[in-house]
Ligand binder design. Structure first.
Ligand SMILES: NC(=O)c1ccc[n+]([C@@H]2O[C@H](COP(=O)([O-])OP(=O)(O)OC[C@H]3O[C@@H](n4cnc5c(N)ncnc54)[C@H](O)[C@@H]3O)[C@@H](O)[C@H]2O)c1
Ligand SMILES: N[C@@H](CCO)C(=O)O
Ligand code: NA
Length: 436
């Protein structure tokens, strides 16, 4: 059979890694796919930039549409990124009857509903394994491996840059800015790294995971998002004294009222495997009703780990070239006409435990005032400890862990606690999940 011709848009970290893996493993890949797969054309913004890949044998252009409109090309790899100009590129490729493989989570999270509808209309595949948790085959695991289950919840460390920063800060006492610069140099970070540190990238990935886990349309605008920039060294230490690690998690949970979609720093018991996932590694913990908890671990970013997923998608597409479109794995795991309209809950409706840190005057009755406010809001305290004052301060840090409570009640209680004359400054609140 003739080789399958592939065109690549974008030759940066992921594009370069993909060229390298497809070339290096060509023979093995052909044995798996049943056909030789070759990259014949690639588009780059700057043709003379130094690259991590060898482009010998690949015709380069600065115009992606030359490739998108090339009738010889069967599969387009969109590895440019962003939800701007690439949206039209992907829609045009689909329009031209080409299959698309992308690593672009913002594109899928923001425009996936439209893109998948168009792809179904045209009978082509849009594959996006590399968009979530880099090299971990998490899309395939949920969409195919767990398809007999009702998924109850999932929780994941799904931003490599953020986990790398938190790990280096905790283990080596390094500065935030310094570690972020290293993550950028290593090719882990997004073009705009605020996407990594403010939880937006994790929010994009959570949007995708929740859709394929629960069979709901993609709805990034409903994800509650908090980043890692407000995590302090003191909180990391206090959490550890209590037996917890602070990780930045994306959590999707089905409740009787609706679905919680939230991205935020989270205390998790240090004995959990996921609490010990460090550096650029990602992990996703999924609870299915039949299988119980399952955990997936691997590199969340970087050229070749991400390329591993891109290439696997290319092979899947090649294997599916001869199948009828209706017999393929649905883009969002559930049949497109069977997506459910389950409400996504506002953050007021979240139910979780909390770690609270506040500074209070060191005198009798202060703790009683704080605990009375919590009791008024039906919030039970799991643990409480008073720390030694820092320097010569007259106020003392108080750390509390609560039992599961409604976030609306917690917000109201925090407002009342902050209004107390004996409490100085803000209450620092971090959610806590036992993930059991
Ligand atoms: N870097 C990672 O570890 C990683 C992991 C998973 C997913 N992703 C996703 O993969 C995509 C690519 O990320 P990256 O890290 O490789 O970014 P990158 O910046 O290294 O590469 C993108 C490349 O696209 C080029 N480009 C921009 N406009 C172009 C155009 N019009 N035509 C052709 N080329 C153009 C840029 O010059 C750049 O070389 C993004 O969607 C990103 O979110 C990245
Ligand atoms: N910037 C992303 C790339 C992988 O999606 C991260 O650090 O996880
Ligand atoms: Na993946």
């Amino acid at each position: 059979m003739k080789p399958v011709k592939v065109g690549v848009l974008g030759l940066g970290t992921v594009g370069g890694g993909t060229v390298n893996v497809l070339k290096r493993n060509a023979a093995e890949i052909a044995r798996r796919a049943g056909r030789e797969i070759i990259i014949t054309r690639a588009s780059a913004k700057d043709l003379n930039k130094p690259r991590i890949c060898d482009t010998q044998g690949i015709a380069l252009t600065t115009d992606p549409y030359e490739i998108i409109n090339d009738p010889e090309i069967e599969i387009i790899l969109e590895l440019i990124g962003g939800a701007g100009p690439v949206k039209d590129m992907v829609l045009k490729a689909i329009e031209n009857g080409k299959h698309v493989v992308t690593a672009n989570k913002s594109l899928i999270a923001l425009h996936g509903n439209e893109i998948f509808a168009k792809a179904s209309e045209k009978g082509v595949i849009v594959a996006f394994e590399a968009a979530v948790a880099g090299g971990i085959p998490i899309i395939k695991a949920i969409r195919e491996g767990l398809s007999g289950n009702q998924i109850e919840w999932l929780a994941g460390i799904i931003n490599g840059t953020g986990n790398f920063i938190l790990t280096e800060m905790r283990d080596k006492g390094r500065d935030f800015a310094d570690v972020l610069a290293e993550a950028q140099a290593l090719g882990y970070a997004e073009a705009d790294p605020t996407f990594d540190v403010e939880g937006i990238d994790a929010g994009h990935k959570l949007t995708i995971l929740a859709s394929i886990a629960f069979g709901i349309p993609l709805q990034f605008d409903k994800v509650y998002t908090e980043g890692i920039t407000k995590i302090t060294r003191a909180d990391v230490e206090y959490a550890e004294q209590l037996g917890y690690r602070i990780k930045h998690l994306g959590i999707a949970r089905k409740t009787p009222e609706g679905i919680e979609l939230r991205v935020h720093p989270t205390l998790i018991p240090e004995r959990r495997l996921i609490a010990n996932v460090d550096g650029v590694m990602n992990a996703v913990l999924i609870k299915g009703d039949a299988v119980g908890p399952t955990l997936y671990y691997g590199a969340g970013a970087g050229a070749e780990p991400t390329a591993s997923s891109v290439v696997a998608d290319v092979i899947d597409v090649v294997r599916a070239l001869t199948s009828d479109p209706e017999n393929r794995v649905p883009h969002l795991a559930f049949q497109a006409d069977a997506l459910a309209d389950i409400p996504v809950l506002s953050s007021d409706m979240f139910r979780t435990s909390y770690y609270l840190r506040l500074n209070a005057e060191d005198k009798p009755g202060v703790l009683a005032e704080v605990t009375r406010i919590l009791a008024d809001h039906q919030i039970s305290i799991e643990a409480i400890s008073q720390k030694v004052p820092l320097n010569n301060e007259t106020s003392v840090p108080i750390i509390m862990l609560t039992q599961i409570t409604l976030e609306k009640e917690m917000n109201a209680a925090i407002a009342e606690i902050e209004a107390l004359k004996t409490v100085t400054g803000k209450v620092n609140r971090i959610r806590l999940e036992t993930l059991g």
